[in-house]
Design a protein around this ligand. Structure first.
Ligand code: PL4
Length: 400
């Protein structure tokens, strides 16, 4: 008989989001009349806006014509790659440094193949669980011990350090997962902070995988939206990004990764060439319909709709944060990100999750699910219909 990959035994039993869905189902089964509202998983709820939707429809229509039909497009439409470079990176990348994907999460998983088992990994604590779980699956993390994995360096991001980690904790030659605007804290790193991160990576032979999935939510023009706004990043960083949260493509599936040609391993080999080889081998490209929608999202009208959609969710975030602060609950985030990180000192995250579900019929996400430093926090997601968010805020305002 074939043996199981031993790394699978190391992974924690349940992935966070299905666990929340399970607890919601159990609560609903026990309380069939409850009108449950979700401020839990960060899943978009609003319809795709008309111009971008027309792009998707046009993409589908083209497939029904001889002239417009297209099949495999392994590395993504050149036009889309050029457009991404122009819109997000001031044109600084060639099309072959931008790889179109079916979403940021999928690339976060696949990128691990570049480095393999035994790679040292560092993550912000708390962080999006895929960085840790993906590292465990390739054997980069060792076994689970106490609150975390032996082979992973957890970099606490707390109110005390303004949600930016102590970089002196970084091990040498490691892979650093870094997310800004951050999921789950909603904190956004400043230009100076990202400058320090790039310097630290260069100094200790590390690479940064920078997750910019929420960059379009940044409203403060002084805050950086990409690691590539920082000098030196091209020699030590890869960026992943997505149309999920700015264009409502969570179900459509479209994203991209930027792998600069200057990025080299310790032996001098090109990371870009390896990524092209890996992507060409185990990935067959994003849907051509999704790519047509992506192109529409990046023209003048599309970018207006992206801003409109993000503004809508940021409006929800203001309502939620305002409600929580009126209750005297300390919060961060929600101003340049769709997540609010709320502190319940001395309380267990899962217990607060259960209390809010029971008293308000509102689903949230327990902070401890994002890492040990998330204990006693709750993440509120601003993705939801306005009427639901208003109703959730009303119920939360009565929470004791
Ligand atoms: C639930 C920092 C959400 N089933 O849609 P993608 O793959 O382009 O992007 C996923 C993603 C990437 N990077 C960050 C993210 O926060 C997310 C989405 N996170 C959340 O509530 O934290 C959705 C989670 C989904 C999942 O597992 O990703």
């Amino acid at each position: 008989m074939i043996k199981r990959n031993p790394c699978i035994a190391n992974i924690k039993a349940g992935y966070l989001f299905p666990e929340i869905a399970k607890r919601r189902r159990e609560y609903a089964a026990a309380h069939p009349d409850a009108k449950i509202i979700s401020l839990g998983v960060g899943n978009t709820t609003e319809p795709v806006l008309p111009h971008i939707n027309a792009g998707l429809v046009e993409g589908a229509k083209k497939l029904g014509t001889v002239e417009g039909y297209s099949g495999y497009q392994d590395e993504g439409l050149i036009l889309l790659r050029e457009k991404i470079s122009a819109v997000f990176y001031g044109g600084q990348f060639a099309a072959d440094e931008i790889f179109i994907s079916d979403g940021a999460k999928c690339d976060i998983g696949r990128l691990q193949l570049l480095f393999g088992a035994g790679t040292r990994v560092a993550v912000q604590d708390p962080s999006y669980p895929v960085y840790v779980d993906g590292s465990v699956l390739i054997g980069a993390a060792g076994e689970f011990a106490g609150d975390g994995y032996k082979g992973i360096t957890y970099l606490p991001c707390t109110a005390e350090n303004d949600y930016f980690p102590d970089l002196s904790m970084l091990p040498p030659n490691c892979l650093i997962y870094f997310c800004s605007p951050n999921n789950p804290t909603g904190a956004v790193s400043t230009r100076e902070q990202l400058g320090a991160l790039v310097k630290a990576a260069q100094k200790n032979g590390s690479f940064i995988i920078f997750d910019a999935a929420y960059s379009e939510y940044i409203r403060d023009s002084g805050l950086p939206r990409s690691i590539f706004e920082i000098e030196g990043a091209r020699t030590c960083a890869i960026e992943v990004n997505s149309f999920s949260k700015p264009a409502g493509f969570t179900g459509v599936r479209l994203g991209w990764s930027v792998v600069p040609k200057e990025l080299k391993y310790s032996g001098g080999e090109s990371v870009n060439a390896d990524w092209a080889r890996i992507a060409g081998t185990i990935f067959n490209g994003a849907s051509n319909i999704a790519q047509a929608g992506g192109l529409a999202a990046l023209d003048g009208n599309g970018l207006k709709e992206v801003r409109e959609l993000c503004d809508f969710y940021l409006g929800n975030a203001r309502l939620i944060r305002g409600t929580l602060e009126k209750l005297g609950i300390k919060c961060v985030g929600g101003d340049n990100s769709p997540y609010i990180w709320a502190h319940f000192p001395g309380q267990d995250s899962w217990e607060v999750f259960a209390k809010i579900l029971d008293r308000c019929q509102v689903v949230t996400t327990p902070g401890s699910g994002f890492g040990p430093a998330g204990q006693s926090f709750i993440r509120f997601s601003a993705f939801g219909h306005r009427a639901d968010v208003e109703q959730a805020c009303h119920r939360l305002s009565l929470f004791e």
